[in-house]
Write a protein that binds this ligand. Structure first.
Ligand SMILES: [Zn+2]
Ligand SMILES: [Zn+2]
Length: 280
């Protein structure tokens, strides 16, 4: 795996990239805009130029407000616009993927929610630059969220039908909270086998590497520092070392500062920030 962190953009996008590069990380994730606001920001020329120069794989994480599963016309309109603009920013920064939580059905039922997410995502991808795509992140399953099971993700991907432009970002904390017991090395193998049977490993484009504050199956989404949660260090270290995922970005999204998350990367990779894998 290519280790990296979610880098804070509080000081701007360029500062976030500076941090990732200064620590010798091979990948990173950023919010290109305030993740809790509908109004997106514009990407500026110096930011585009700076990102064009990096050799890092950087992915974006879309706004938490986007909910393509909603049955409210207003929410869907805003969500579609927000995702389209997120993909535009992703494109302008020379990145390939934006990670999105599938959505919440808010009582309308899961089947319709999965269908709406797929139909709207497909529309938006057709209207977006062809070099960018969406990674659906598995969820902890809190409330009425969908995407907590690999079956959900598979159904969305199948219905979108654009395999080059969609994939999955697998969050270990969310998977654990949703009931995939990866507190052991065997548990990791079992989960990946289920993932392969339902979604297919070839659709797995990124990982979020987080421990969990709450137990397996709790459906509660609280990330813990690496090795300090209910999952423990060994299974996460094992996952990071798996040969199948050599070229795959693995983003640490644990609480604290960028420096704390970098420490977690060091812990995961058992030494320097780089696990001796080539940067691809
Ligand atoms: Zn997320
Ligand atoms: Zn995540």
């Amino acid at each position: 795996m290519i280790p990296g962190i979610h880098a804070s953009t509080g000081g701007g996008l360029v500062k976030a990239l500076d941090f990732l590069e200064s620590r010798g990380l091979g990948c990173g994730q950023i919010f290109t805009s305030n993740q809790r606001r509908w109004k997106g920001r514009e990407i500026r020329e110096p930011e585009m130029k700076r990102f064009a120069r990096t050799g890092l794989t950087v992915i974006s994480h879309a706004s938490y407000l986007i909910n393509l599963a909603s049955t409210s016309e207003e929410t869907v309109t805003r969500s579609r616009e927000a995702l389209a603009l997120e993909l535009k920013r992703t494109y302008l920064l020379g990145m390939r993927w934006t990670v999105m939580h599938p959505g919440n059905h808010l009582g309308s039922g899961e089947d319709g929610a999965l269908r709406r997410i797929a139909v709207y995502t497909r529309d938006i991808l057709f209207e977006s630059p062809r070099s960018v795509g969406v990674l659906f992140e598995n969820t902890a399953g809190r409330g009425t969220s969908v995407g907590y099971s690999f079956e959900h993700l598979a159904r969305i991907l199948d219905a979108v039908g654009l395999p080059e432009r969609t994939g999955v970002c697998l969050d270990t904390c969310h998977a654990f909270a949703a009931g995939y017991d990866i507190s052991t090395v065997t548990g990791v193998d079992d989960m990946m086998a289920v993932f392969h049977r339902t979604v297919g490993l070839e659709r797995l484009a990124a990982f979020h590497l987080n421990d969990s504050m709450h137990p397996c199956g709790s459906r509660r989404d609280r990330h813990a520092r690496i090795g300090r949660g209910m999952m423990g260090l060994a299974p996460l270290r094992y996952l990071v070392s798996m040969e199948e995922f050599t070229g795959c970005p693995g983003v640490v999204e644990t609480p604290g500062t960028d420096g704390d998350r970098f420490e977690d990367v060091v812990l995961l990779t058992g030494g320097s920030g780089e696990p001796g894998q080539s940067k691809e």
